[in-house]
Design a protein around this ligand. Sequence first.
Ligand SMILES: Cc1cc2nc3c(=O)[nH]c(=O)nc-3n(C[C@H](O)[C@H](O)[C@H](O)COP(=O)(O)OP(=O)(O)OC[C@H]3O[C@@H](n4cnc5c(N)ncnc54)[C@H](O)[C@@H]3O)c2cc1C
Length: 290
Amino acid sequence: MKPPAFDYLRAATLDEVLEALWEGGSDARILAGGQSLLPMLNMRLARPSVLVDVMHVDALRQVTASGDALKIGAAVRQAQIEHRADLVGELPLLAAAIPWVGHMQTRASGTLCGSVAHADPSAEIPLVLLALLGSVHLRSRKQRRTLKADDFFTGMMATARADQEVIEAISFPLARPDTGYAFREVGRRHGDFAIVACAAVVDRKGARLAVGGVADMPMARPLPLPEEGSALDDALETFAWDLNARDDLHATARYRRELVRRLGRQVIEEAVRRRDGVTPPPTGHQQDAA
Ligand SMILES: Cc1cc2nc3c(=O)[nH]c(=O)nc-3n(C[C@H](O)[C@H](O)[C@H](O)COP(=O)(O)OP(=O)(O)OC[C@H]3O[C@@H](n4cnc5c(N)ncnc54)[C@H](O)[C@@H]3O)c2cc1C
């Protein structure tokens, strides 16, 4: 199918983007890598009157490691971050997860901010942002605001972003000492969206587990460490039920709950080993090689 007619604005500056969103309101849509938006247009699931292409705005191409976070602009493609020399040291969780995002061809176009804006409940980048307690930097013609990932995702492909706002950048807190990170997912084939994906962050005090593919949006909660007797299994059991899994074409609710219990425990144990230096950090590219 072909998309409905729309105007195309190739913005050269951030001001042009903000002005177009202010004028267009809900009829305007940001076009980033196009990997989700263009199929939606072709299937006529979206009918914007104007697409605002942000990929040629220099101010949105910045990647800055400042203080304790890596800030990634709206026009930065997934492949650029995947191949960043220091990624495993800076953000081991993102390094582990990003090869699972679609295929190398989709990552060559798709952006990290686009994935966060699209907010698919199975998507890996929103999951990592949530697991790490990252932030979303929003800007409109009138104001700037920064939301924690916890407050940004609000439901099935729904976020706290207003129509006039662009996601200018997202920030991932950098790896901390004495902390381990692990990511795993189960999907039908590599490159498919996850049936269940789990991301864990573990320090000496406890674990934080984020789960994608089960609830309407990625969900995270603090969990006990594996050494605390049966407490972890009990907490995983409660978490698995609280996610309100549903049967769909890809998996039953029961299978998804079982994956949360098993993958959840596996990533937490793996993150403990990484925290303790027993297992080296992930190298990132093994998925495409497989
Ligand atoms: C074959 C295939 C397989 C895929 N598999 C996976 C997968 O396994 N896991 C996964 O996570 N993703 C997958 N994707 C989706 C892919 O990761 C997309 O790149 C991503 O979801 C959207 O990023 P984008 O830059 O292409 O955004 P676009 O498609 O350009 O935009 C997506 C949406 O976000 C909005 N948007 C984009 N950028 C901004 C911004 N800066 N501010 C405000 N709104 C914005 C757009 O208006 C649009 O509504 C797959 C895609 C394809 C085609």
